[in-house]
Ligand binder design. Structure first.
Ligand SMILES: CCCCCCCC/C=C\CCCCCCCC(=O)N[C@@H](CC(C)C)C(=O)O
Ligand SMILES: [Zn+2]
Ligand SMILES: [Zn+2]
Length: 478
C-alpha cells in the first residue's frame, strides 16, 4: 500500500552494503564532527571559529561530494551549507534533506566522558550533537558520498541544507537558504528534517517501538510579563510589590492549563493506529474516539509528553526582580515559553492569557511569536510521507507501525513553508525516554550500529526518491 513500481526500482538498485573499511571511516568521521564545538550560546554568541572549521572538515571527509560535477556547494549566511544535487530528470520536482550543525552548550559537569571528545565506548559514540543533530548532518553527506563512490547518478534533483543556527531559531541559516531558493523560483516536493524518531518505551502500555513522522509542529510565544512599581524603603512597604503582583499572575496562569485540543487531525490517526497495542479496555477507548474522546483526553493529560501533544503548554522559564534586600523592587519580569497546539493561534493564546492574568498592572511584551505549522499531507498521495514510510519498512522490518505525529519542539523546517506543503520531521533512530532526556542534557550518545543504520536509511531513501514509484491513488483503477 502507498507506493507502487517497486519492481522497477529494484533492477538498478545499489545495495546498502558497506565494507568494514567504510564502516570504520563513517564512525570516525562522526567522531571528528563531534570534536568541533559548534556551540550556539546565545543570539549574540556562537563559536564562529568552530563553525568555520566544520566547513573545512566536511570538505576533507567527503571529497567526492565536493568534487562531483553535478553537485553545487554554496555557503549561506557565512556558515550554513547548501548542496544542490542536479538529477538527470528535470521533470521531477526536487526535494530537500535538512539538518543542523550547531549544538547547544555542554558544560562538562555530569558527563561520563567530555562532551566534545567524540569518544567511543561500549559501542556508543559519546558527545554533544550525536543525536541533535550532527548525526544527521554527517549521515546525509556520508550516504551521498557512498552513493557517489558507487557511481550513482540521481534522477530526481535534491538539496541538502545544513543550518548553522537552528538552536538560535535559524534566522541566519535556514531562513536565508529558504529565501535564496525562493528567489531562484524553487518549489520542493517535500522536506525531511529532524523532529521525531522511532519511539521506544514512551508510552508504558505500548511495548513495541513505533515510528512517528511529525507532520506539523507547535507554534510558540516568548512572552515577557512585567510589573513596574514605585521603589521605596522596605521598612514601610506598600500592600503589594511588583514581585507579589507578578508572582500571583504567573501562578494563576500555571494553575489554569489551556484547554485540551485533542479533537481531530493527525493525533486521531496516531491513537487509532496504536490502539491494538494497549490492553483492554484502553484499546476500546482509543478505537472509539467518537465516544470516548473526553476520557482519552484525560488519560493523555496525565503524562507530561502526551499532555504536550493535546494542548498548548506554558513553561515559566525566567524570573527577574529586585535590586537589594531593603529596596522595594521597582520592576519584576517573568518570561514564559508557550508551545501552541496546531488547533490554536498566537492571537487566541494571548487572549486566553490576558483573561487569566486579568490585571492591568501586568504589562505584556511579546518577544517572539509564530503560529503552529500547517499539517502536511500524510495520505496515500503524499510523496514525502510515503517515501519515508516505505524506507522505514525496508530498513526497519521489525517496525510495523508508522504513524503521523506532531513535533512538540521547533525545527529549521518551519522556515520552508514558502517552498513546500510537505514538511516531515523524522530521524531514523531508536529513541528511548532516557536518550530523549540526553538531548540538550547530559551524556548524549548514539550507538555505532544506530548511526550506521541512519546512513543506510538515507542511502536507501535517496534511491527510493528516484524510483518509478508513484503514490497510489485513493480510488482503485478500473
Ligand atoms: C503518542 C506518542 C508519544 C509521543 C512522545 C513524544 C516524544 C518526543 C519525540 C520527539 C520530540 C523531538 C523534538 C525535537 C525537536 C526540538 C528541537 C529544538 O530543541 N528546537 C528548539 C528551537 C528553538 C527555536 C531554539 C526549541 O526550543 O524547540
Ligand atoms: Zn536539533
Ligand atoms: Zn536542539
Amino acid at each position: 500500500k502507498g507506493l507502487r513500481g517497486r519492481e522497477l526500482q529494484e533492477t538498478s538498485r545499489i545495495p546498502s552494503k558497506f565494507s568494514g573499511e567504510e564502516r570504520v571511516a563513517m564512525k570516525e568521521a562522526l567522531k571528528g564532527a563531534i570534536q568541533i564545538p559548534t556551540v550556539s550560546f546565545s543570539p549574540e554568541e556562537s563559536n564562529t571559529t568552530a563553525l568555520a572549521e566544520f566547513g573545512e572538515y566536511i570538505r576533507k571527509v567527503f571529497p567526492t561530494v565536493f568534487s562531483t560535477s553535478f553537485i553545487q556547494h554554496e555557503t549561506v549566511g557565512d556558515y550554513s551549507h547548501l548542496f544542490t544535487v542536479q538529477g538527470s530528470d528535470t521533470s521531477l520536482q526536487p526535494y530537500m534533506l535538512l539538518a543542523h550543525l550547531d549544538v547547544v552548550p555542554a558544560p562538562e559537569e555530569g558527563w561520563e566522558v567530555p562532551p566534545f571528545s567524540g569518544l567511543e565506548h561500549d559501542g556508543f559514540i559519546h558527545g554533544r550533537g550525536t543525536l541533535d543533530n550532527k548525526n544527521s548532518v554527517m549521515a546525509l553527506l556520508q550516504a551521498l558520498e557512498l552513493l557517489l563512490i558507487r557511481n550513482y547518478i540521481p534522477r530526481r534533483s535534491f538539496f541538502i541544507a545544513l543550518g548553522h543556527d537552528e538552536e538560535l531559531s535559524g534566522m541566519n541559516g535556514a531562513q536565508k537558504i529558504s529565501a535564496l531558493l525562493q528567489a531562484r523560483g524553487v518549489q520542493l516536493a517535500f522536506i525531511v528534517d529532524e523532529g521525531s524518531f522511532i519511539l521506544d518505551g514512551f508510552i508504558s502500555y505500548v511495548k513495541k517501538p513505533f515510528a512517528m513522522i511529525s507532520v506539523s509542529e507547535k507554534g510558540a510565544i516568548h512572552l515577557m510579563l512585567q510589573v513596574n512599581m514605585t521603589p521605596g524603603h522596605s521598612s514601610a512597604p506598600p500592600k503589594e510589590t511588583s514581585i507579589g503582583i507578578l508572582a500571583a499572575a504567573v501562578s494563576r496562569l500555571e494553575q489554569t492549563p489551556m484547554p485540551h485540543m485533542f479533537a481531530s487531525g493527525p493525533l486521531d490517526i496516531t491513537m487509532q493506529q496504536l490502539a491494538d497495542e494497549f490492553p483492554f479496555p484502553i484499546n476500546i477507548l482509543l478505537s472509539n474516539l467518537w465516544l470516548f474522546r473526553p476520557l482519552v483526553n484525560r488519560l493523555m493529560e496525565r503524562n507530561y509528553l502526551t499532555n504536550a501533544l493535546v494542548r498548548t503548554t506554558m513553561a515559566l522559564t525566567m524570573f527577574n526582580a529586585g535590586v537589594k534586600v531593603n529596596v522595594i523592587p521597582p520592576a519584576a519580569q517573568a518570561t514564559i515559553n508557550f508551545r501552541i497546539h496546531p488547533a490554536q493561534t498566537v492571537r487566541e493564546v494571548l487572549e486566553f492569557v490576558k483573561d487569566i492574568v486579568a490585571d492591568d498592572r501586568v504589562q505584556f511584551h511579546v518577544l517572539n511569536a509564530f503560529d503552529p505549522l500547517p499539517i502536511s499531507p500524510f495520505d496515500d498521495q503524499a510523496l514525502g510521507y510515503q517515501l519515508l514510510r516505505q524506507t522505514i519498512q525496508s530498513v526497519f522490518p521489525e517496525i510495523d507501525i508508522v504513524t503521523p505525529g506532531i513535533c512538540i519542539g521547533n525545527t529549521d523546517s518551519r522556515h520552508f513553508t514558502n517552498l513546500t506543503t510537505g514538511i516531515y520531521r523524522f530521524n531514523p533512530i531508536y529513541m528511548q525516554p532516557g536518550d530523549f532526556r540526553s538531548v540538550h542534557g547530559i551524556n548524549e550518545k548514539i550507538s555505532v550500529q544506530g548511526y550506521e543504520t541512519q546512513v543506510k536509511f538515507i542511502f536507501e531513501f535517496i534511491q527510493n526518491a528516484d524510483s518509478e514509484a508513484q503514490p497510489v491513488p485513493h480510488l482503485h483503477e478500473l
